[in-house]
Ligand binder design. Sequence first.
Ligand code: HEM
Length: 395
Amino acid sequence: MDALTAMSMLMTAEGRRDPYPLYEAIRAAGPVADFGEQVVVTGYAEADAVLRDPGMRVVDRAMLLRVAGPEWADRPAQRLMTDSLLNTNQPDHRRMRRIVSAAFTPRRVAGLADAVTAQAEHLAEAAAADAAVDLMAAFAVPLPVTVICELLGVPESDRAWFRPVALDFAETVEYAQTADGADRADAAARELRDYFIGLVADRLRTPTDDLTSELAHAEGLSGAELLGNLALLLLAGHETTTNLIGNGISILLQRPESQLRLRSDPAYAQPLVEEFLRFDPPVQMTTRVPAEATEIGAVTADHRTAVTVLIGAANRDPLRFNDPAVFDPDRPDNTPLSFGAGAHFCLGAALARLEGRIAFPLLLGRFPRIALGAPAVRRDRLVLRGYERLPVTLR
Ligand code: HEM
């Protein structure tokens, strides 16, 4: 299959189910494949360089207005995202990131370890009542939701409401959105915005020690930026970690030797999580646009070019990783690009790792006989890769 056909296959349900063979067909056109208005990066070194290059810009509001016009840029979901860190460039990004990361300190993250463990134990106990469960619904979804809601100060009674809303809002970051998906994302954006307006008003009246309170009282964020970043944290803190747990458990279920080792050595969770992240990353791609003409490998791209960085492909670059298609938690120097790199490096990487390092040994220890109960069903998405259902038997 040629690289262009592989690119178009990525936009089909079949391609999304297993994009990795398609990535290899694209890689055959070189580490940076030139499709004219789109350049696709599959090489690890090239992807890393693009993400670290200050001249490579994320798609921000000004760019959206220029390229897609106000009818797209002014849609609620686009507005909410372009008010957040993820879709803002310098100097605004630096200002916002300083404020949001100050409220997101390593101490606050480390302080969540006990809460993560307690919640994981509680979910595992509840799942144990049944001989068979959908591990996504029973564990992989509720664990990160609870953690991010604790962090943001979202009361327990509102948490179940978030799942469908966050899922619909996640359509905003999908590759080649459908009209339906964009409508659902807009409806979700309106709901999220209204919800956070209420939560912020409450924290302004009565401050607490949660992140919403801290950000609401911080100097230097506009009202719109505050709402955009709260929505981003909810989305990023939820869907991605859910998929790390789901993708990771699915890999473990096929590897009894890794299960055995994890049960006898919980510290093995650390290299295991890094290899889950490399092998089947929850975020498969991101986009940049050069501010001016720039060399990316052997290709020249300019401000009219969308540079698609295929994280899932860069993580399997044979020039960077030996036997990249082999799952090997013992591989040395395992630094996948799964949390990005450079100015937009994931703010929640430490939290996601903490959740993974607690969840995997806990589940495997609690359920020594865990096994796949029926075929797992992938969610039909490319950018945020995960499972819809992961049926397991526990006894
Ligand atoms: C396994 C779980 C996760 C993965 C794979 C992941 C992946 C990523 C990636 C690839 C980016 C960079 C996107 C780009 O450069 O275009 C990113 C950014 C971000 N992530 Fe995560 N993430 C995860 C969990 C989290 C969590 C738990 C949070 C927060 C609680 C979070 C918050 C953010 C934020 C705020 C940004 C934007 C940073 C910026 O633009 O400066 N992420 N994440």
